[in-house]
Structures are given as C-alpha cells and as structure tokens.
Ligand binder design. Structure first.
Ligand code: HEC
Ligand code: HEC
Length: 335
C-alpha cells in the first residue's frame, strides 16, 4: 500500500518538475513577462541607466554631488539655488504650471512636460537650451522617458509608476507628442511647426486650426489619415487628390486651353463657382475669374497638383521628419 502511495508521489513530482521546467523554457523563449528585447523597465533603476547613459542627461545635468555638469539646473540638492531635489521640486513647479496654464498639473505632469516640451517652462536663470530627448540624436522612446521620469520622481519624491501608465489629460497630450515624434522617425514637432508656417510655407495654401491659406485642404485633422498617406501627399502631390481640390484646366469656347495675361495656362483649384463665373487658383497669389460664357468646359487634370513637388527638395531630411511629427499631432482637437 505505502509502496503505491510512494510511486504516485514520485510520479506527481516528476510531472510537476517537468511542468515547471517547460513553463520556464517557454517563458525564456518568449521573453517572459518583460516586453520585447531592447525595451526598458519602467522603474527608477531603468531610468537611472538612461539618465547616465543613452539619454545623455548627465552631459548637461548633475544630481547633487553626482556628475560633473554645471551649466544646467542641478537635479539634486545643490547650494542655495536648488534646496529641493527634483522629485520634490516638481511639486512646487506643478503649482506654478497650474496657475500659468489654468490646467491641473501633478508633479508627474511637470516632469513629463519638462521632457516632452522643455520650452514650455524655463527654469529661472537658464536658457531654452534643453535637448529634445525624443528627437535625434538621443531619440528616447516613450517607455524610456517614463523610466527616466520615475527616476526623477525617486529623487526625494513619490515614485508613481501607476501615474505614468495611466496619464492625466495633461500628460496624455505630451505622450501623444512623443509618440508622434517616434512614429515619424524621431522628428521634433516644435521645429516642424516652424517648417510648416515659416521655412516651407505650407501655410500659404493650408490652414491648421484657422491659421493659413484656403486653396489647399485644411490640415487640422490630417493625423487621422496616417503617416503613409501624409508622407505620400507631400512627396508626390499628384499621386492622389483630396476630393474638392482637383486641378482644373479651362477649355475655351474655341476648344483651346485658356492662358492668363502672363502666358500661364489657367489650371488650378476651383475656389469659387456661381451661375456667372468660376474662380481658379493657380497659386495663392493668382486667382483668375473666368466668365462662364467664355468656357466650353472644365477638365480635371489628374497628372498635376498645384501643390509644388520642389517644396520638399528644399527641406533637409531632419526638417522633413520634424514636419511629419508636427502633422501627426494634428488630430482635429482643440488645444
Ligand atoms: C543639452 C543639455 C541638456 C540635456 C542633454 C538635457 N537637459 Fe534637461 N535641461 C537643460 C536646461 C538648459 C534646462 C533649463 C531650461 C529649461 O527649463 O528648459 C533643463 C531643465 C530640465 C528639467 C527641469 C528642472 C527644474 O528645475 O525644474 C528637468 C527635469 C530636466 N531638464 C531633465 C532632463 C533629463 C531627464 C534629461 C535626459 C533625458 C535632460 N534633462 C537632458 C539642458 C539639458
Ligand atoms: C501652392 C499651394 C500648396 C502648397 C504651398 C502646399 N500644398 Fe499641400 N496641397 C495643396 C493642394 C491643392 C492639395 C490637394 C490636392 C492634392 O492632393 O495634391 C494639397 C494636399 C496636401 C495634403 C493631403 C491633404 C488631404 O487631406 O488629403 C497634405 C498632407 C499636404 N498637402 C501637405 C502639405 C505640406 C506639408 C506642405 C508644405 C511642405 C504643403 N502641403 C504645401 C496645395 C498646396
């Protein structure tokens, strides 16, 4: 009898050990509970490695006595200038930010903002010189930024991973900014906005939230169309047309194409049409009004967009990535 019980026991033990071993092997093969290889653990330890490594924070910031950088704010306790470590300092700064913006900032929101949009708040006595750490060359991912924030929290404050994984409305906007930048190959949306409104002049034809021209489609909600569509629209404007923004060529009563006074073919976006006339925009400055009595027909030219192809050639690769990051933030929501 006892022999049978003993055998069953040994059998069960073998089954159990095999089960555990197989489970362990599978966990190892699939990378276990940790995420895919290369991803960082969202913890102060994970963040510490980034702060003193890939994130290059140490090239500008010291932490109390640790580190040798002196030209940017010390993130630990440092003389009279910094009586509080950054984890506690963030609580004070959050109050300031809440007053300035009228939104409810938590200490975590402040820390996330200081990395996602460093120009929003400039520490007194310093310049707007903080690196955009999710853009090249540093290119931190959102998880790496969360890890760094938890490390900053751990400097005198409360480590709150929960708050990092369930962002407030304030942090959610910053997360979007970082994700858009990562999706666009690490572009800097702040610089992309300058490219859009200044260097590339996209705003001559396109408006975003009420600012800009009208002869191209409004881009306030362009993010919804996705990076592939957006990038193709910029690189090859004539590849696909936004409905309502096709290029029209005017055919006169005699069957010939119409030319304007400067000898340019009248071909462009139809910006207005009444019973008597149509208006065709050749470019933002040249809108031609033509009486319908002169026209035989309007023909859609599928091979040509008034959006210039050369625009993109004038941009550097970085400016293009920055522009994409900026456009991927345009989700049609109010700021
Ligand atoms: C090129 C130098 C540079 C790098 C790299 C840099 N920073 Fe900064 N940082 C600054 C400067 C300058 C300021 C002060 C101006 C400002 O407030 O934007 C600042 C401000 C901050 C603040 C706000 C401090 C306060 O007192 O409220 C935090 C937090 C911060 N940086 C964290 C980081 C972290 C984390 C990294 C690495 C992922 C990093 N910084 C990388 C230059 C840098
Ligand atoms: C001269 C006017 C003009 C300029 C300048 C211009 N565009 Fe356009 N853009 C258009 C027109 C017209 C269309 C619609 C026809 C088409 O798809 O080509 C368009 C289409 C687009 C679309 C697709 C929109 C949609 O909803 O389908 C995107 C994205 C876009 N442009 C981005 C840009 C960017 C970024 C710049 C600056 C680098 C720029 N455009 C400069 C006229 C312009």
């Amino acid at each position: 009898m006892t022999e049978v019980v003993g055998k069953v026991f040994v059998f069960l033990l073998v089954v159990l050990v095999t089960f555990l071993w197989v489970g362990h092997a599978i966990t190892r093969l699939t990378g276990g509970e940790k995420k895919a290889t290369g991803s960082v653990e969202i913890s102060p330890e994970g963040g510490e490695a980034i702060f003193w490594g890939k994130g290059r924070c140490f090239t500008c910031h010291s932490l109390g006595e640790r580190g040798s950088a002196v030209r940017c704010p010390n993130l630990g306790v440092w003389g009279e200038k910094f009586p509080l470590p950054i984890g506690l300092r963030a609580v004070e700064r959050a109050k300031e930010r809440s007053e300035e913006t009228g939104m409810e900032y938590t200490a975590t929101d402040y820390l996330v903002e200081s990395l996602a949009n460093p120009s929003a708040y400039i520490v007194e006595g310093y310049k707007d010189e903080m690196a955009v750490v999710y853009a090249p060359p540093i290119s931190l991912t959102l998880d790496e930024i969360k890890a760094v924030v938890s490390y900053l929290q751990s400097q005198g404050g409360d480590v709150d991973i929960e708050a990092l994984n369930n962002p407030t409305e304030v942090s959610k906007k910053f997360y979007d900014r970082i994700k858009a930048a990562s999706a666009a190959g690490g572009g800097d949306p702040g610089n992309g906005e300058m490219v859009f409104f200044e260097s590339a002049g996209c705003n001559e034809c396109h408006a975003i939230r009420g600012e800009g021209g009208r002869i191209g489609p409004d881009l306030s909600a362009i993010a919804k169309k996705g990076i592939k569509y957006i990038s193709e629209s910029i690189l090859q404007p004539a590849a696909s047309f936004t409905p309502g923004y096709e290029t029209y060529t005017v055919i006169k009563k005699d069957g010939k194409e119409m030319y304007d006074e400067e000898g340019r073919k009248v071909s462009g976006v139809k910006v207005k049409e009444t019973d008597e006339y149509v208006e065709i925009a050749l470019d933002p400055e040249s809108i031609v009004r033509i009486q319908k009595s002169e026209i035989k027909e309007l023909v859609i030219d599928k091979n040509k967009s008034i959006m210039p192809e050369e625009l993109i050639e004038a941009l550097t690769v970085k400016e293009y990535q920055d522009l994409l990051a900026f456009l991927l933030l345009q989700k049609g929501e109010k700021d």
